[in-house]
Ligand binder design. Structure first.
Ligand code: AMP
Length: 210
């Protein structure tokens, strides 16, 4: 199954992508994580993306389309994949179509902006393995430490409150029109993001099969 998870930054796409990835045994692909990894490794692409990311803006389409083209050609994607954070613009969605990739379902996780802003303030990530936590909703077993790899958890620079507002603005302006794009194709399902992660997961899994 080829899936896309849409939603505002902080709506919980990443967490749902990780859970579905385990349940369906297909890779979850996050362009944000790929870019952060490139930045950590000091690659040219990573350095180019940094300025956009730090300001809460989108990295140019040609850069992220190149990343996805390469990633989707890898062997582990041949039985399906979950895209988390791609596409984020109409040209990115058109690029997927042009690559001949057939998307089966697009789930948009819906959370109001005021809730997002509150949630983002508590988000913590592991810079080493990319796992994501929340100080209230998804606590690690040991405070401040990643369950998966034992590294320290930090707040992402782009989760700072002013940057979150800019990211929400960018989401409504550039990414939300994708709902219309996939609705027309009959692929879109809306899922109301719940307080409890497991409740959102139940709704998401149901939306994959209806
Ligand atoms: P994320 O972790 O998905 O919230 O992504 C973090 C940042 O990476 C975004 O705010 C953008 O600057 C950049 N980014 C990730 N995916 C994309 C994309 N599909 N198109 C443009 N920029 C992206």
């Amino acid at each position: 199954m080829n899936l896309i998870l849409l939603g505002a930054p902080g709506a919980g796409k990443g967490t749902q992508a990780e859970i579905i990835c385990e349940k369906l045994s297909i890779p979850a692909i996050s362009t944000g994580n790929i870019i952060r990894e490139a930045l950590k490794n000091g690659t040219e692409m990573g350095l180019k993306a940094k300025a956009y990311m730090d300001e809460g803006k989108l990295v140019p389409d040609d850069v992220v389309i190149g990343i996805i083209r390469e990633r989707l050609s890898e062997d582990d994607c041949q039985n399906g994949f979950i895209l988390d954070g791609f596409p984020r613009t109409i040209p990115q969605a058109e690029a997927l179509d042009q690559m001949g990739i057939v998307i089966d379902r697009v789930i948009s996780i819906e959370v109001p902006d005021d809730k997002i802003a509150a949630r983002m303030a508590g988000r913590r990530v592991c810079l080493k393995c990319g796992a994501s936590y929340h100080t209230e909703y998804k606590k690690p077993a040991k405070e401040g430490i990643c369950n998966a790899c034992g590294s320290e958890l930090v707040q992402r620079k782009d989760d700072a409150p002013e940057t979150v507002l800019e990211r929400l603005h960018v989401y409504h302006e550039q990414t939300e029109p994708l709902k219309g794009y996939y609705e027309k194709a009959g692929k879109l399902r809306l899922v109301e993001g719940q307080e409890e992660v497991k409740d959102t997961t139940a709704l998401t899994l149901a939306a994959l099969n209806d």
